[in-house]
Design a protein around this ligand. Structure first.
Ligand SMILES: C[S@@+](CC[C@H](N)C(=O)[O-])C[C@H]1O[C@@H](n2cnc3c(N)ncnc32)[C@H](O)[C@@H]1O
Length: 249
């Protein structure tokens, strides 16, 4: 069921959004001068807006914009462009195939809840395992100047961009490292946060239990661990009804 919600439902929404874009093109046909680029842009922009209304994240906007062009010009688009797109996707979604952990991001309301948790626990060190675009690292380092905030990431393009983002936007208590989450010693942190997928959670929980110090906190966004009830669940009042599973080691 979770698979359907995560992987099938978004594509159904994309199809509905594109159909709405086509509907908009049909309604506006008298005002268009037959310019194909403008028509395809109209479909893409309408589909992007409709997608947002239907609850798709901003990451779908480039796909929604490009889809009408890719379909109509599929026979004239050079092969190298598809190859470039494939390589870029691979550099971003590096860990999707091997570790079954895709890229999706924690929202600001959830980072605020984590900030409150870290402050309440008196945490001095924090790590985001698979820190994605580095948004959380920047947020927490700014909000809690006494907290040493680390992010580790191995998707090459995501790592490079997040490293740049942290260098430009974050204070000195923030750092991003190119490091596999399985090689990081979790014993160094007061609060360990992860937003991965159901697949690695049992193994990551075992690692946390083995390495983390007594009294420190292990927090998983959305994904629990079978047969290991969290000590606390924080319900974040955001659009996607995020639940933070908190274990005290
Ligand atoms: C769901 S995203 C979460 C991003 C960020 N933590 C957030 O909450 O906004 C998971 C991230 O973990 C990274 N990741 C997955 N497996 C990893 C591994 N073995 N080592 C380092 N990073 C990994 C992915 O590339 C992706 O950026």
């Amino acid at each position: 069921m979770n698979f359907v919600v995560r992987h099938i439902v978004p594509w159904i929404k994309v199809i509905v959004a594109q159909l709405l874009g086509l509907g908009c093109l049909f309604l506006a046909r008298e005002f268009l001068t037959g310019n194909a680029i403008v028509s395809l842009l109209l479909v893409g922009v309408t589909a992007s807006l409709a997608g947002r209304v239907l609850g798709l994240s901003v990451y779908w906007i480039p796909i929604q914009l490009l889809l009408p062009f890719a379909l109509v010009y599929s026979n004239v688009i050079p092969a190298w462009l598809y190859l470039t797109g494939f390589v870029l996707c691979a550099l971003v979604f590096w860990n999707s195939a091997t570790g079954q952990v895709p890229l999706y991001l924690t929202n600001t309301k959830t980072w605020t809840a984590i900030q409150t948790l870290a402050k309440g626990a008196g945490a001095k060190s924090f790590i985001d395992l698979g820190s994605g675009s580095g948004g959380g690292v920047v947020f927490l380092a700014r909000a809690l100047p006494d907290l040493v905030v680390t992010g580790v990431e191995t998707a090459p393009l995501v790592y490079l961009l997040s490293k740049l983002r942290v260098a430009v936007l974050a204070p000195a208590n923030a750092a991003i490292r190119y490091r596999n989450i399985w090689q990081e010693d979790l014993g160094a942190y007061d609060l360990v946060y992860c937003f991965l997928s159901p697949v690695p959670m049992p193994e990551m929980y075992r690692k946390a239990r083995k390495e983390m110090r007594p009294g420190t906190l292990f927090v998983s966004n959305s994904f629990s661990v079978p047969d290991h009830q969290p000590d606390r669940i924080i319900d974040v009042s955001d659009g996607r009804k995020t639940r933070l599973h908190v274990w005290k080691m």
